[in-house]
Structure formats: C-alpha cells, structure tokens
Ligand binder design. Structure first.
Ligand code: CUA
Length: 316
C-alpha cells in the first residue's frame, strides 16, 4: 500500500498526512482486489457457461440465500471500516489545537492574501512556522465567489466562502516549500490562482515575520485596528471590557465561551457567531438580554469586521 501511495501522491508533509494516506491506500487496495476478483469471475463464467448448442436450455435459478447474505455483509463491513476510519481522521482535522498560530486568509478573483498577527501581509505566498499547529481563518471578499484552498502535500482542502469564515489547520513536519492551489472553479483566472506555502524553522520564521512586519509598519496589526474601531463605533457603551454587565454582554472572555441563547440553545462563541452578531444582531440573542443592538451591515468592511473579531478574541 505504501508503494502505491508513494507512486500516486505528493510527499506527506504534515503530522496528519500519513493517517490520510493510510486510509486512501486501504480504499485503493480494496478497490484493486475487487476489480481484479470481479473481472476474473466474469471471464471464468463466460467461458464456463456460454451456450454450447442450440438445444441447451437455460436453467432457472430462483435464489441463493447464503450467496446473497455474503455479498451484502462483506461490502457493508468494508463500508463501515472506511466510515469509522474516515470519521476519526475528520474529527482530528476539524478540532483545531488551542495554541495554534493564526493566519487570516482572504481569497478574491484571482489571488490569495494572507495576514499575520503583527499586521504583515503577503500575496499568494503563505509563510508558516514548521513544527507547530497553524490555523487558517479563511473567507472570500464580499461580492466575490467560492474558492477552495488546497495544499496537496499537506492533505488539506477547504472551501473559502464570501460572508462566512471557514477554517483549516495543519502542523508541518519540516521546513520546505509546497504548492498551493485554488480547487474550486472561480472563473477565467482560476488556473492562475496558485501560490507557494513556505514552512520556516522557528528562528527563520521569527526573522521573516519581523522583516515582513517592518515593511508594512504603517498598517496597524489587526488587534490594534479592532481596538480603534471598537472605540470609534462606541461599542463599549453596551459591551464592557472588564466583565461588568451592561446593555449587552461583556466581551471579556467572550470568545470561545459557551453562551446560552434566548431560544434556549447553547452555542460556542466563534468567529462566525461574532460576525453574525455584528451584521445581524437579532439572529441569536444571548439569554437575558434585549434585542436592541443596531445592525452594522454596510457600515463595516470585511477587513474591519475581521479586526473587530481579533480585538474581541484578545479580551481574555
Ligand atoms: Cu479561486 Cu478557483
């Protein structure tokens, strides 16, 4: 199976890639066995049962219970193995480790923009530290289309949508370069929407980040931009920074917390919840609060909403 994978797949560069490849190898292996077995059986039956004379009568076979049970149970068993195995890997890929290094990704026709915690930005080249979990928080520009970020060597691919965040995480085993593609047809320039992921060692990354940050020093880092916007829009009138209860919930410790809603449901506060609450505050009201917040739809750009979320996240 490993031989088949080396032949079919690019080198596996992330910590979860080997697990993905093992399952892929298993599915391929089972498929090959079935294709070969069925083909041999078909050829054998053709030779054995072809009509040898004009007078030969076709026998009538009504059913064969053991045979039917076998060809139902065996594939069912195989499908359950693939499901259980795949589900385990899917959960690992979905649950982002807490200490992950976060990078903001914006897709647009037809390029990628990456923004780092110190405010540095790059186009089409994504710089990541090796040997630590990296989380990508991704979106398309408003009024843009669906894209999909795909790094084959990392075994990760996720759709990138306008007006909603999706996320991805990976842990690169060694420094090096890998190809990055857009994997969702997005128009004329789709095939040009490629880039490179550069994984740096810890020290190299620090140097690179400092340099890239200095180049864009006139731009404030997202958390600082968010702080400014928070004050400019007078958010603190209703949302305290120190945990006090005002007209709306405090933002201290808000991100990642479990909130009870008016509807009785409990949700975890994540990027998509905060975005929705800024644009459509009445959609999911926190229990015990009145629906009095105005919508900021059309007043804040996507970049500004990102910055506000980063600021709220920082209020631990
Ligand atoms: Cu973006 Cu295809």
């Amino acid at each position: 199976m490993d031989f088949l994978n080396d032949f079919l797949l690019p080198p596996a560069k992330t910590t979860h890639a080997d697990a993905v490849d093992k399952l892929f190898g298993f599915v391929n292996f089972v498929s090959v066995i079935l294709v070969v077995g069925i083909t041999i059986a078909v050829i054998y039956f053709v030779v054995k049962y072809y009509r040898k004379s004009e007078n030969e009568v076709t026998p009538i076979i009504r059913q064969n219970v053991p045979l039917e049970v076998t060809w139902t149970i065996v594939p069912l068993f195989l499908v359950f193995i693939v499901f259980g195995w795949g589900f385990k890997g899917f959960m690992e890929l979905t649950q982002v480790p807490e200490n992950a290094y976060e990078i903001q990704v914006t897709a647009q026709r037809w390029s990628w923009t990456f923004e780092y915690p110190n405010g540095a930005t790059t186009t089409n080249n994504l710089h990541v530290p090796a040997n630590r979990p990296v989380k990508l928080i991704m979106k398309s520009r408003a009024n843009d289309v669906i894209h999909s970020l795909f790094v084959p060597a990392y075994r990760v691919k996720k759709d990138v949508l306008p007006n909603q965040y999706t996320q991805l995480w990976f842990n690169v085993k060694e420094p090096g370069k890998s190809d990055l593609f857009c994997a969702e047809y997005c128009g004329t320039g789709h095939s040009d929407m490629t880039g490179t992921v550069i994984a740096h060692s810890k020290e190299d990354y620090k140097d690179w980040l400092a340099q890239a940050g200095a180049a864009s020093a006139e731009d404030l880092p997202p958390v600082e931009r968010g702080k400014k916007l928070f004050t400019q829009n007078a958010c603190q009138t209703c949302h305290s920074l120190d945990g006090t209860r005002k007209t709306g919930p405090t933002i201290k410790g808000l991100f990642g917390s479990k909130e009870k809603l008016k509807s009785g449901k409990t949700i975890t506060v994540d990027e998509n919840y905060l975005r929705e609450s800024i644009l459509n505050p009445n959609a999911k009201i926190a229990a015990g609060y009145a629906a009095v917040m105005p919508s900021f739809k059309g007043q804040l750009s996507d970049d500004q909403i990102d910055a506000l979320i980063e600021y709220i996240k920082a209020q631990k």
